[in-house]
Design a protein around this ligand. Structure first.
Ligand SMILES: [Zn+2]
Length: 99
């Protein structure tokens, strides 16, 4: 088998295929080794959460990202509105020198 270079189209295709194939297989629990379906959310033996629900930190970070982007984009937006208004006013002749 030819090794597929990482992060290429073929690589992502191959990994997608692997994911599809492994979706119905059993995986050992990382803690106790009990075989679990990959869809299982917790291990029935040791109750280890397998698919961690979206963590609070992630939500907080995403909210912060939104806040940061808002703080960044609002002045940009206002500046663009000002520039646009100025440009429109200029085009309409408000700034034309008096005759
Ligand atoms: Zn387990």
């Amino acid at each position: 088998m030819v090794p597929v270079p990482a992060r290429t189209e073929a690589w992502s295709e191959a990994s997608t295929m692997c994911n599809d194939m492994s979706s119905n297989t059993l995986v050992p629990c990382p803690d106790c080794g009990h075989l679990l379906a990959t869809q299982a959310e917790t291990c029935p033996r040791c109750a280890r959460p397998l698919r961690t629900p979206s963590p609070r930190e992630g939500l907080l970070l995403r909210t912060m990202n939104h806040a940061v982007s808002a703080v960044f984009w609002i002045p940009v937006f206002l500046l663009l509105v000002l520039l646009g208004t100025g440009a429109i006013a200029y085009l309409l002749g408000y700034f034309s020198p008096p005759p």
